[in-house]
Design a protein around this ligand. Sequence first.
Ligand code: HEC
Length: 219
Amino acid sequence: MDGRTNTIFGWTLFGGVVALGLSSISGHIFDAERPENLGYVIEGVEEEGGAEGPSLAMLLSTADVAKGEAVFAKCVACHTIEQGGPNGIGPNLYAIMGKPIGKHAAGFAYSSALSSHGGDWDFANMDAWLTSPRNFANGTKMSFAGLGNPEDRANVIAYLNSMGSNLPLPEVEAAPAEEAGEIDAVDEPTTVSTEASDASAGTYPEVAADTDTTAPVGE
Ligand code: HEC
């Protein structure tokens, strides 16, 4: 082997080593950029669908009996509610909350769909009944479509409850208490100073201060 051949051989070898080195380096670069997980994870999908409205217990806790009496105007064509009131197209509803379903009014001919339903008129049953009487007791004689608005139902249930029943309202679960705090906070200006921090805990700021001067009491 002469010197020239050695030189050519040497450069060829050197070139191969350099090429190998470069491809190795670039291989590392691309390795680094390759994501560990091919494909992608969809996060948070299971958490969707939980956006229901406030619970019945919450709606009842803020229900308004007077508004419920106004809603009851839709019922008076068929129902009386005063104590000892007569049955009409529908049974008298005095003290209906807590009573057995479809059995409470003496002398009223209930449908078997309702009288065989079972259970008592607790808040949940009354809410379901007033949402859709037909879904609650298929075959009922109460030809009333139902009250679609949850607040209307809560208000009228509060009214029914105030007429001779007075069942204790269901407990509001702990979780929505935060929302209640937010509702309170709406009344507060955003510039809540440190001394007004009690107000967000449910105490209203003093509003009575100027009523003496504006109210014409005694005139
Ligand atoms: C078109 C007439 C009609 C209207 C309107 C009507 N109801 Fe009734 N309701 C009836 C009849 C009839 C029954 C008996 C159903 C049966 O036996 O299947 C009844 C049954 C009931 C019962 C069950 C009573 C029991 O003794 O178990 C409740 C509670 C009730 N109605 C509430 C209401 C409320 C609240 C409204 C208004 C939002 C209303 N109803 C509107 C006709 C009516």
